[in-house]
Design a protein around this ligand. Structure first.
Ligand SMILES: [Zn+2]
Ligand SMILES: [Zn+2]
Length: 392
């Protein structure tokens, strides 16, 4: 046990020693927000720092210009820390991905300081485009996570939550095509595509009252016609279907498809339904790993809230969590602000947010030590994963 404790202390100090650098990197990424798949400077900066610290860095990983994969060590246990670094249009780093990137970077520094290269294979995976584009989904498909035993990342939020539920989400675009006609002179000649979409919208609104509480459906009309005196020959809607269980996500997607078809049948318009985004799967929080993370985080000063959360977002980390034991804890940034607001953008560059990020990096590094030096933990994490657990 004392071998583990000594290594954890080295991990903690390894992060402390790098704190100034981590904060500087976070501030640079925050000051230069880059959108999904355009995070060139963030990816270059992180790659450069990892190389300077002795990691082998593969840039343009998986054929993605702003992805990277850094590795160190060739031990029997492979731990991956994930870095996100994309921003949102107009409101910059309103999801605090500058802090995710540096928490992952710091965790890697800490774990490297704690162990020898014969004990661990340590990966830092730079995953672009979380806010749309599904960088992790692409990297998973292209083999970036092959051989990984556990995947860890942590996300800023208003408070520390060890196992936040995250919806899987399926985006769907429904396009109706009818026939244009003069809306007054010859309406009987027209086929009203907008009517088809409105019928579908209403059917979805009715469905919504009878779905499970661990699901959401919401959408907008993105095109509804060109002029009020022309029967619309085209109408387009964009909908998101979300659920906390993959099977229910499939079931709901099927029901929404039937609502779309109802609109087509009623109006006589033709229908085409397309997925708009890569499918983000629901998050499976590995409770063994999350428990270890929480104990480590509490030991460096984090305080968790234990309220039941039934309203969440979605992340492509969900797909990773369906492929290997994973955690995606939330950490508070020292102020009551909510993700995806300009207030959160400001909060994510404060001293308080950076102090949180450093503690979280320490906790993730220490959790990496637990995974490597406590074979029982890794086995429990794997058994739990194999048994299909991890949903709320
Ligand atoms: Zn985010
Ligand atoms: Zn976000």
């Amino acid at each position: 046990m004392s071998e583990t404790n000594d290594a954890k202390e080295r991990a903690r100090l390894g992060v402390t020693e790098a704190a100034e650098e981590l904060i500087d990197v976070s501030q640079r990424i925050h000051a230069n927000p880059e959108l999904a798949f355009q995070e060139n400077q963030a990816a270059a900066l992180l790659s450069e720092r990892l190389e300077a610290r002795g990691f082998q860095v593969e840039r343009n990983a998986c054929g993605l210009e702003t992805a990277f994969r850094a590795s160190w060590g060739e031990g029997p246990v492979t731990i991956a820390y994930l870095c996100e670094y994309d921003a949102l249009p107009e409101i910059g780093h309103a999801c605090g991905h500058n802090l995710i990137a540096t928490a992952g970077l710091g965790a890697a520094y800490g774990l490297k300081a704690a162990l020898s290269p014969s004990q661990v294979r340590l990966l830092v995976v730079g995953t672009p485009a979380e806010e749309g584009g599904g960088g992790k989904v692409i990297m998973l498909e292209r083999g970036a996570f092959e051989g990984v035993d556990v995947a860890l990342m942590a996300h800023p939020s208003p408070a520390d939550i060890d196992m936040p539920p995250m919806y899987g989400v399926q985006g769907l675009e429904a396009e109706y095509r009818g026939r244009a006609a003069h809306a007054s002179f010859a309406p009987e000649m027209g086929i009203n595509a907008l009517d088809g979409l409105i019928t579908a919208y209403q059917a979805i609104a009715q469905l919504r009252q009878h779905i499970r509480r661990d699901a959401r459906i919401h959408g907008i009309i993105t095109y509804g016609g060109s002029a009020p005196n022309v029967v619309p020959d085209r109408a387009v809607g964009h909908f998101l279907v979300r659920a906390l269980r993959p099977s229910y996500l499939d079931e709901l997607t099927e029901k929404v498809q039937r609502c779309f078809e109802a609109g087509a049948a009623a109006s006589g318009a033709t229908l085409e339904v397309r997925p708009t985004e890569r499918l983000y799967l629901p998050m499976r929080n590995n409770t063994s790993l999350a428990g270890a993370y929480r104990a480590n985080a509490e030991s460096v000063g984090r305080t968790f809230v234990d309220i039941k959360i039934d309203s969440t977002g979605s992340s492509d980390m969900g797909n990773i969590s369906q492929a290997m034991p994973s955690i995606h804890p939330m950490f508070g940034v020292g102020a009551m602000a909510f993700n995806h607001t300009p207030a959160f953008t400001s909060v994510c560059a404060t001293d308080a947010a950076h102090a949180s990020m450093v503690q979280v990096a320490q906790a993730m590094a220490m959790t990496g030590v637990d995974v490597v030096l406590d074979p029982d933990l890794l086995q429990r994490a794997k058994d739990e994963f194999a048994s299909g657990g991890g949903y709320p």
